[in-house]
Write a protein that binds this ligand. Structure first.
Ligand SMILES: *[C@@H]1O[C@H](CO)[C@@H](O)[C@H](O)[C@H]1NC(C)=O
Ligand SMILES: *[C@@H]1O[C@H](CO)[C@@H](O)[C@H](O)[C@H]1NC(C)=O
Length: 222
């Protein structure tokens, strides 16, 4: 106010004098903003580098994570996280590739992302994966997705995570697996987006066949 009073026609330096009438509020506002930003930054640094070990682990990886609240018995117990663009089902996260590779290349790619080729443990998981794969396929005759099952070593089927192979929890097509001496890797076959063979679509194929893949990792609880 006292500055404004001095602004009058004929003053020696009107521009300089006038500027002082609106400078003070701006200086004040900018100072407040700077202090606030500094405060928030300090808080974030303390939070992220402090005791929150699990957040720290998640943040260290280059992966971006998508988290949802974990609620049981009406109480929020934390967060369930999957990498961005992976799909969650129960306690696992799933990645369906858009590119194709051999079985070994597929497993290596999954491992490189902190996961493994999918291990199917239940009817529910099989159904979820088949429906997810169907969403992605066009109406080509057969789209194949590698799963984490091989008979590389001794002719026995083996899951990549050492889950015991039990005939009852498998979803082979009728007549499969066959030609076991040569076809030692397993894939889910999807015959177009109207395929209804939800529980009978695995086939064994040559391991160098270039196929899509499904990777699986455990949900991260933080
Ligand atoms: C795995 O494949 C995806 C593409 O589907 C690629 O973005 C990623 O970098 C690959 N990761 C490794 C470790 O090979
Ligand atoms: C995230 O990083 C930690 C160590 O920084 C590592 O042990 C862990 O396997 C990584 N997780 C994934 C999914 O890459």
């Amino acid at each position: 106010m006292n500055c404004q009073g001095r602004v009058s026609p004929g003053t020696a330096a009107p521009a300089e004098e006038r500027s002082c009438s609106w400078l003070n509020p701006w200086v004040f506002l900018i100072s407040v903003l700077v202090i606030k930003t500094a405060f928030v930054t300090v808080c974030l640094v303390v939070l992220l580098h402090g005791g929150y070990g699990q957040y720290k682990t998640l943040l260290q990886n280059s992966t971006e994570w998508h988290c949802i609240p974990k609620i049981s018995a009406d109480k929020m117990e934390g967060w369930m996280c999957c990498p961005k663009r992976w799909r969650r089902f129960q306690n696992s996260c799933y990645f369906l590739s858009l590119d194709t590779m051999s079985w070994a290349g597929s497993e290596q790619n999954c491992t490189g992302m902190g996961s493994h080729l999918v291990v199917i443990n239940s009817r529910e998981e099989q159904e979820f994966l088949f429906n997810l794969a169907k969403e992605k396929v066009t109406n080509t005759y057969e789209t194949k997705y590698y799963i984490g099952l091989t008979s590389y070593q001794n002719g026995q089927w083996q899951w990549v995570d050492q889950t015991p192979y039990e005939k009852i929890a498998t979803f082979w097509k009728p007549g499969e697996p066959n030609l076991l001496f040569a076809e030692r890797c397993a894939a889910i076959h999807v015959k177009g987006n109207r395929d209804s063979n939800t529980y009978s679509n695995w086939n064994n194929i040559l391991c160098f066949t270039s196929c899509y893949r499904i990777c699986e990792m455990a949900v991260k609880f933080v």
